[in-house]
Design a protein around this ligand. Structure first.
Ligand code: FO1
Length: 314
C-alpha cells in the first residue's frame, strides 16, 4: 500500500539513492520530493555535470549502472577515448557515451535560459520518473575541499581525480551567501508532512544543502517529523569517504556524531542495529537493519521508517 503523505528527502548521490529507490515503491510518487545536493556539480568540457541529480535520475528510471551506483548501465566511453587519443584531453572524469546525452541536453536547456530546476523537470519527465527531483538551488554553490596535500580542490578533483585520498582540512560552499532558496524547494518543504535526511555523507552531501540560505531556518521552523538515517554502519561507512573525513576533521566516527551534527534540526534518528546505540532524550530513535543490498531491503527500510514515523502521531 503506497503512503500518500508528502515526504521530502534531502539527499546526495549513491548512498542516498538506495533509500530513494525503496521510497519510490512505498510512497505515492506524486507525494515524494527529493531535494538534491548540487555542490558536486561542475562544468567539464563545456558541459554542466550534476552527478547527484544524475545518480538519482538513473536510479529511479532503472538506467543506472548497478555495479558503480552512478552512470548508465552498459555504457561505453568512445567519445572520451577519442578526446584522449586524438586531442590529448585528460580522461580522469569518466563520461559515458549514453550518459553524455543527459549532460548535452541539460546544458542546452540551461543555455536556452531555463533554470536548473526547470531543466531537471524536463529530464525527469522524459525519463518517466514520477517523483519530483529538485536541485537544492538554481545558483551554483560548488563544494571546495581544502586538503593537506593539494590545498583547495574542486569537489570532483578531490573525489574522482584524487579518489578522495587527500587529507581533508575543511570544506566550504563557494558563493552560498549569494544563493537563494528556490520557490520549488521552499514550497516543497512548506507542504511536507515528513522530512527525511538520507544516509548520504553529512559533510559532503548534506552540508551543501543545509548551506543554502534560509533552508536550515525553514526546517527548524517546521513542526513535523524530521528524521535522519545513519550513514555509519558497524562504525564505518558502507562506501565512500564519510568515516575517513570524520576522522580527518577530528570527529568520532559514530552514528551519535552524525545525530549531533544535525543537532536540533532533527527530532528522529534511524540507527543501525550493528552500531553500539546511544541515548538522546531529544530524539525519537529507531534501531533497524539499514544495510540496503537489494530492492527488497531498500523497500523494507523505507517501509519501516515511514511506518515508525506514522506511529509517532498516534
Ligand atoms: N565517479 C567516479 O568515481 N569516477 C568517475 O569517473 C565519475 C564520473 C561521473 C560522470 C557523471 C556522473 O553523473 C557521475 C560520475 N561519477 C564518477 C560519480 C560522482 O562523481 C560521485 O559519485 C559523486 O559526485 C559523489 O556523490
Amino acid at each position: 500500500m503506497a503512503l500518500d503523505k508528502n515526504v521530502v528527502v534531502l539527499i546526495g548521490g549513491v548512498g542516498g539513492a538506495k533509500l530513494a529507490h525503496g521510497l519510490i515503491q512505498v510512497v505515492k510518487p506524486e507525494s515524494l520530493t527529493f531535494i538534491v545536493n548540487t555542490g558536486d556539480d561542475f562544468w567539464h568540457l563545456g558541459l554542466k555535470i550534476c552527478p547527484d541529480l544524475d545518480t538519482l535520475m538513473y536510479t529511479l528510471s532503472g538506467l543506472v549502472d548497478p555495479a558503480a551506483g552512478w552512470g548508465m548501465a552498459d555504457d561505453s566511453i568512445r567519445v572520451l577515448q577519442s578526446l584522449e587519443k586524438n586531442y590529448g584531453i585528460e580522461s580522469w572524469f569518466r563520461l559515458g557515451d549514453k550518459d553524455l546525452a543527459t549532460h548535452l541536453l541539460r546544458t542546452h536547456l540551461l543555455r536556452q535560459g531555463y533554470t536548473l530546476t526547470e531543466a531537471t523537470a524536463c529530464l525527469t519527465e522524459q525519463l518517466a520518473i514520477p517523483a519530483r527531483l529538485l536541485p537544492m538551488s538554481d545558483a551554483e554553490i560548488p563544494t571546495i575541499v581544502d586538503t593537506v596535500e593539494y590545498g583547495e580542490l574542486g569537489f570532483q578533483e578531490y573525489f574522482v581525480k584524487h579518489r578522495w585520498q587527500p587529507v581533508v582540512k575543511s570544506i566550504r560552499h563557494q558563493d552560498c551567501e549569494r544563493a537563494r532558496l528556490s520557490t520549488a524547494v521552499h514550497d516543497a518543504l512548506a507542504a511536507a508532512s515528513t522530512v527525511l535526511i538520507a544516509p548520504s555523507n553529512p559533510w559532503l552531501s548534506l552540508a551543501p544543502i543545509l548551506a543554502v540560505p534560509g533552508l536550515r531556518a525553514l526546517l527548524e521552523d517546521l513542526t513535523l517529523p524530521i528524521v535522519a538515517v545513519t550513514p555509519i554502519i558497524a562504525g564505518d561507512a558502507v562506501k565512500g569517504p564519510t568515516a575517513k573525513i570524520m576522522a580527518e576533521l577530528g570527529i568520532d566516527v559514530s552514528a551519535e556524531s552524525v545525530a549531533d551534527y544535525y543537532g536540533a534540526m532533527i527530532n528522529g534518528f534511524v540507527d543501525d542495529i550493528r552500531n553500539d546505540g546511544f541515548q538522546n532524550k531529544e530524539l525519537q530513535m529507531l534501531r533497524y537493519d539499514t544495510l540496503m543490498t537489494d530492492l527488497s531491503t531498500k523497500i523494507d527500510l523505507a517501509h519501516a521508517i515511514l511506518g515508525w514515523i506514522e506511529g509517532w502521531a498516534r
